[in-house]
Design a protein around this ligand. Structure first.
Ligand SMILES: [Zn+2]
Length: 344
């Protein structure tokens, strides 16, 4: 078995955790016009024995808070340093500039800390946060779980893995099997000229990143938090960081096997919208999954499924990657994320 040699002291930001310690502190972030520093809180648990370093990060998007609770439960209740082989770095809020204004992106520049370049200490405001995350945390990890959420409580809990990079493929498949929810698989290698985002830098360095999408992202609630905690502990079990057998996920629908993202279904008309199919429910090609109606009550568009498959969420009216607005759409708005089932 692969033995990963760890330093005696794990340093992240201003935290230095010795063997057997759980410490909290900050990764230095950015300074506002009034000299207030917007930093990134971090927890570091250093186990008593050798093992991998697992990074758990939540709230890359500021309105997706369930992962904060997942990290709290894993690091403050479920795992103790005495029972840990390896280390856990917990970042409850990956983008404090988004979270502090209850919005998806950084309020200062409307950027996504996970989509900007993370290799430039002299970059713009959100790029500097990304750079801090990369140098202090992401680059020090052997395994990463990036916890996101769709907003509506009826969305489907799922995970996304990109198995297109030979250096991370095997570990990612092992992580996904352990986490145990509906899996969307893509296999696009990171291109040579792909921007140096957190995810792309990790892939190039051979660090597997599992993206977990919980649901009901604005409210700490079930089944998201238990699914997240169970999934993270399962990963820790199969990578021999803690004792125990992985527990199967339960309490919400799972589409097993390999699934592929099909595309975003968009509105062709504007108005209010109602939905007829549940995320995770099989929908035949051509079936009406939603309809858009105008303010007089007349139906002006029937939205049909473009392929035999499923949807994982109805992001509704917002044009960014996640919902957060009203049950209303404009032309071009994202209505649904569709996926197809490939094999069991
Ligand atoms: Zn997100």
């Amino acid at each position: 078995m692969e033995v990963i040699l760890m330093p005696e002291v794990i340093e992240v930001g201003d935290v230095a955790a010795k063997r057997g310690e759980l410490k909290k502190g900050i990764i230095k972030g950015v300074e506002l016009v009034n000299n207030v520093s917007i930093d990134i809180p971090v927890l570091v648990m250093n186990g008593v024995k050798e093992g991998p370093t697992l990074l758990l990060m939540s709230t890359q998007h500021g309105i997706e808070i369930q992962g904060i609770e997942v990290i709290r439960r894993v690091m403050r209740e479920e795992v103790r340093p005495e029972g840990l082989r390896g280390a856990i770095i917990g970042i409850p809020v990956g983008n404090p500039l988004a979270f502090m204004h209850h919005q998806y992106l950084s309020w200062i520049d409307n950027l996504d800390v996970g989509r900007v370049r993370a290799d430039n200490p002299r970059g713009n405001t959100t790029e500097r946060l990304a750079h801090a995350l990369w140098t202090e945390a992401w680059s020090k990890a052997d395994l990463i779980v990036n916890l996101h959420c769709n907003t509506r409580p009826d969305s489907l809990i799922y995970q996304w893995i990109n198995v297109g990079n030979p250096k991370t493929r095997e570990k990612l498949e092992k992580m996904a099997e352990a986490f145990g929810v509906t899996t969307i698989v893509s296999d696009t290698p990171v291109a040579e000229d792909a921007p140096p985002t957190l995810g792309n830098l990790a892939a190039r360095k051979g660090i597997p990143v599992l993206l977990a999408e919980l649901i009901d992202g604005r409210w700490i609630s079930e089944p998201s938090t238990s699914a997240g905690v169970r999934g993270v502990l399962n990963i820790m079990k199969v990578f021999d960081m803690i004792d125990g057998e992985p527990e199967p996920q339960r309490g919400f629908p799972i589409v097993p096997g390999v699934n592929r993202f099909y595309g975003i279904i968009r509105a062709n008309r504007g108005g209010l919208i109602r939905f007829f199919k549940k995320p995770g429910e099989f929908i035949k090609q051509g079936e009406v999954l939603a309809e858009i109606y105008d303010l007089y009550g007349d139906v002006i568009e029937e939205v049909r499924m473009p392929v035999d498959g499923y949807v994982w969420a109805y992001p509704c009216g917002q044009s960014l990657g996640t919902s957060g607005s009203l049950q209303a759409v404009q032309t071009g708005a994202n209505i649904a994320y569709a996926f197809t089932h490939e094999k069991d």
